[in-house]
Ligand binder design. Structure first.
Ligand code: AMP
Ligand code: MN
Ligand code: MN
Length: 327
């Protein structure tokens, strides 16, 4: 357990927070549970400290997150752009581009950068960056324990638990470690509603989402003797099932359920001529390196990128990349 790490950063972070009155808390485009949980946990603490707080992450936000404590501080793009703030706290974002520049580097403004991506560009005045952490909420928890003990309410515990649960795929992925489980246990001790959160954010699906999953599974193709798998979500599938892109969150993991599969790609048509690609690796193959070649990024075993092309040529590009990786 690396509880002593970042002591200096945590006290600098608290000193910066104490010096400022209004704070914008921001995260990456199309925020996931780790990003949202980190944002809301920090925002709830700032609110309790009497600060003016606004949360903003660009892109699409699942309506499920709007039920979380802290969601009342979530702003739309216009309000976030106009919000007069003197400090920015960025979570789960390796660079300022991922926040669509709602965060700017330390040369331009006071910014605290909290993240667990190995490609983090250390753009903050304070950087709490550890790629060994299973989730960004693990780092936020370390901050609380070090600099704000006693401030973890039941609501904050829920948000932090959500981040760990979702970034570990429900405690299944390779990033599960003793610290993640220990913190999860401590959060339950502090009141986190483990069952309700797992039920709501992992297990329960809408009828239309399961119908979409059926179509996506039907699109599954194997490559290189079953060592790689690809799947797709087309605009037509969304229309047919009455779903949106957000409803396909987590579908990429079904490709990794096949025993011999080492590499998986899910292609999603985000706009005509624009394909968002999610990549997963089951072993040592580094999919973030492949994503970075096309302007994306992520972690060794989970990465993403966007290609300005059609589905067929996106698949061809990625399958060719997979072929080189598999040798
Ligand atoms: P996803 O497949 O969208 O769940 O993303 C998997 C991982 O890759 C997450 O850690 C994301 O933060 C990261 N990621 C996804 N898309 C991008 C991108 N365009 N640029 C950088 N990182 C990305
Ligand atoms: Mn994330
Ligand atoms: Mn994360």
């Amino acid at each position: 357990m690396s509880g002593e790490r970042f002591e200096r950063e945590f006290s600098e972070m608290m000193a910066l927070i104490e010096r400022h009155g209004s704070v914008l808390v921001t995260g990456h485009i199309d925020p996931d549970g780790d990003c949202i949980g980190s944002m809301f946990a920090i925002a709830l603490m700032l609110e309790a400290m009497g600060k003016k707080v606004m949360c903003y992450a660009p892109g699409e936000i699942s309506e499920l997150f709007l039920k979380l404590p802290g969601a009342s501080m979530l702003a739309g793009r216009d309000d976030a752009s106009e919000f007069k703030h003197d400090l920015v706290i960025t979570v789960d974002s390796p660079n300022t581009e991922r926040t669509e520049h709602f965060a700017r580097p330390c040369e331009d403004e006071d910014v605290i950068n909290i993240d667990h991506h190995p490609t983090n560009e250390m753009f903050g005045c304070v950087n709490v960056v550890d790629s060994d952490a299973a989730a960004t909420t693990v780092l936020v928890y370390r901050f609380f324990r070090s600099a704000a003990p006693g401030m973890i309410t039941t609501d904050i515990a829920d948000c932090l638990y959500l981040g760990i649960l979702m970034d570990t795929g429900g405690f299944r992925f390779q990033n599960v470690d003793s610290e993640a489980l220990l913190i999860a246990s401590e959060l339950i001790g502090l009141g986190a509603r483990a069952y309700e959160i797992a039920h709501e954010y992992i297990y329960v699906k809408k009828y239309s989402t399961l119908k979409l999953l059926g179509l996506v599974l039907d699109s599954l193709r194997l490559h290189f003797d079953g060592r790689a798998a690809t799947m797709e979500v087309t605009a037509g599938m969304l229309e047919k099932t009455g779903t949106t892109l957000k409803d396909s969150e987590g579908f990429v993991d079904y490709g990794a359920a096949l025993d011999d599969v080492e590499l998986v790609a899910l292609f999603r048509e985000t706009a005509p001529g624009e394909i968002r690609v999610s990549l997963r690796s089951r072993n040592h193959h580094d999919v973030s390196a492949l994503a970075e070649r096309f302007g994306g990024g992520g972690h060794v075993r989970a990465a993403g990128l966007t290609l300005e092309t059609d589905l067929a040529s996106a698949r061809e590009t990625i399958v060719r990349g997979f072929g080189k990786m598999l040798g």
